[in-house]
Design a protein around this ligand. Sequence first.
Ligand code: FES
Length: 161
Amino acid sequence: MIPETLKTELTARIAAAVTPREAAVDVMKELQRHYGWLTDEAVEEAALLLGLSPLQVEELATFYEMIYRRPVGKRVIHVCDSISCWAMGGEPLMAHLARQLGIEPGQTTPDGVFTLLPCCCLGNCGEAPAMLIGDTLFGRVTPESAAGILDTERKTITTAG
Ligand code: FES
């Protein structure tokens, strides 16, 4: 169940949108932020708020790769596997991250901190290979810089408690 304050805020955002569908991604992202992933309960709540059926919300959710319909770690690492990044070493980067984290792409580390996912173009092709963690976009990522980035992310989580 989401807090009343969040419900009020989302209702206002939906009212300000031209159509409820326009606000759907925003609503799903906020619910995801609240629950950690888009749970079945969140789908029901989004449907109620948006005046859509749960199935319609489900369909929209599967369309966006940044909306997670299963549990993920505290930080989701999206590694771009589109053409520019692929050409600039995206594949070895993904392999390196998987090795470093001890998981396969698509999996979450046993401590629940990182989930590693491939993704489509992040719009950062000029800085390939690129990856996205939370709202932060990283470019020209090397295995060395990736290690530093993961360390920093881990510390951020520890600091946040
Ligand atoms: S191809 Fe990777 S950011 Fe565009």
